[in-house]
Write a protein that binds this ligand. Structure first.
Ligand SMILES: [Zn+2]
Ligand SMILES: [Zn+2]
Length: 264
């Protein structure tokens, strides 16, 4: 694999390495397209595990100057991994129009259950929460502001038995992805977390095979994302396992989520 569009930096406070360290690691591994998608700040509130809003411009100018410096060997992209919350609709637009963002990855870790209740998908109480989560993703895709969906099956990190809601949540997310032709990400960081026992068996927290088996033989676009939090992870064993699983399922893997529509 010679690309990665899911890359963090030390600016989010739970990753290590500066932008230059990721560029060097990418070059060492023969990567020709590298997208930075660090955890996005919001202008009015710090939701945690993300860069500070005051660092945003420095992050973007750092990528821009590296893009120029290394333009003959690698193509760099300016992006963010960001949650959709309806009250920030103007902010997402501003990121593109005023900050020169090239792509936004929908990484729905926190989401609005309704107009007032903020929820965290890592702490789902029951599979009913998966429906609210899927609904938040559907609303996000309706805006057409997001380039691909990071770890669309991250809810299965919870110790909750598989039931009809699980199937329904998968269906809702994949239906919206198909409707708007948005790629879904097979996330190597879930593989990195390792397998363990869940109520529905021994498995990775995500990617969950019951989600991905739905896409066997489908034209739905799939992108493999390293979700690198240290420079060496850009292409590591977990990325290679991800590639093997995706090809064994015969998924429609794409390499460039930004210009993929023009590629067709
Ligand atoms: Zn992270
Ligand atoms: Zn991420």
């Amino acid at each position: 694999m010679y690309y990665n569009f899911h890359t963090h930096t030390e600016r989010c406070f739970h990753a290590s390495g500066k932008e230059i360290d990721y560029v060097r690691s990418a070059l060492n591994q023969g990567v020709s397209m590298l997208g930075f998608s660090d955890h996005a700040p919001f202008p009015d509130k710090d939701y945690g595990l993300r860069m500070h809003y005051c660092d945003l411009d420095d992050y973007l100018s750092s990528i821009a100057s590296l893009a120029e410096e290394y333009k003959d060997s690698i193509k760099l992209f300016k992006g963010l991994e960001i949650e959709f919350m309806p009250q920030y609709i103007d902010y997402y637009k501003t990121l593109y129009s005023d900050h020169g963002m090239e792509y936004l990855v929908l990484g729905e870790h926190i989401y609005m259950k309704n107009e007032t209740q903020l929820r965290n998908i890592f702490f789902a109480q029951s599979s009913d929460d998966y429906i609210d989560y899927a609904d938040a993703i559907v609303q996000a895709l309706d805006t057409k502001l997001f380039t691909f969906i990071a770890h669309p099956d991250i809810m299965f990190i919870n110790d909750i038995q598989w039931d009809n809601n699980c199937d329904k949540a998968c269906e809702m997310i994949l239906c919206a992805a198909e409707k708007y032709d948005i790629p879904v990400e097979f996330n190597a960081n879930g593989i990195r977390r390792g397998k363990r026992m869940y109520p529905d068996g021994i498995r990775y927290p995500y990617p969950h095979m019951r989600f991905w088996e739905r896409l066997k033989g489908s034209k739905q676009k799939v992108i493999i994302g390293s979700d690198a939090h240290i420079p060496e992870q850009i292409i590591d064993n977990s990325v290679k396992i991800s590639e093997d699983i995706c090809s064994s399922l015969g998924l429609n893997i794409i390499y460039d989520p930004i210009s993929h529509k023009e590629d067709l």
